[in-house]
Design a protein around this ligand. Sequence first.
Ligand code: FES
Length: 268
Amino acid sequence: MTGLVGSLRPPRKPAGTAPSGFGATQRRDRWWIAPTVQGFLFTFLALYLFFSGIVWTPLFGTGYEFEGYLSPLFSPLIRPDWLPAFISPGLLILWIPLGFRATCYYYRKAYYRFYFADPPGCTVAEPTVHRGYAMETAFPFILQNFHRYFLYLAFIPLTFLWLDLIPAFFPEGQPRLGLGGVIFLANVILLTGFSLSCNSLRHVAGGRLDCFSCTRKAQVQHGIWQRLTALNRHHMAWAWVSFLSVTLADVYVRLLVMGVISDPAIHF
Ligand code: FES
């Protein structure tokens, strides 16, 4: 009789089994704060940059360069004669940094969490409706695999952003130390840190090697890999501060163009 009652009881969950159901977790910290804040900030910045880079100038005619300062969204400036006025020159270059950021390993983790809740956080259950998903093995997310190629391309606008420092600090050949120049310098340093801390670059530099000490070339690659690894540890921070700095640099130029602010500067 005792054996029969025992067999009618529901099976007990083995100890350590994770709770199931969307959002279920054994975590006791406020794990949802980071994805929520990041989601709002990311959406706000992305919408602003889309508006500024693609819509603002064709629709309202607002300029994007002011006395040696060129908004980073438009660098290098490609403005062919055949380009209709309703198409922003930013469109011809923005697809590179956009593709680079959109396929970045860190941003993927972030927006999979805050847009798709897939998963919402570490050890937090995802929606069961997503069970059959193919994610990065099917279109469109299979395009994430192009990240390495966007990395190579990203060094083109980055090089031009460094070159943009020349007119920023020497407009018409005259030295000038302005707040805009300082913002531009900080921005290009942060963007360089973001690019150099890329996971793919670390892999290309040496992460794919099986032996770091076998050849002289591998030893050199090991040294580079170590330095990139040090940067890579803070890739998330590089991603956010460079996202903010590029937005700030663009806002600064737009405000100058509209006459809302003036550029505090020392002219030599
Ligand atoms: S992993 Fe983030 S830029 Fe490459």
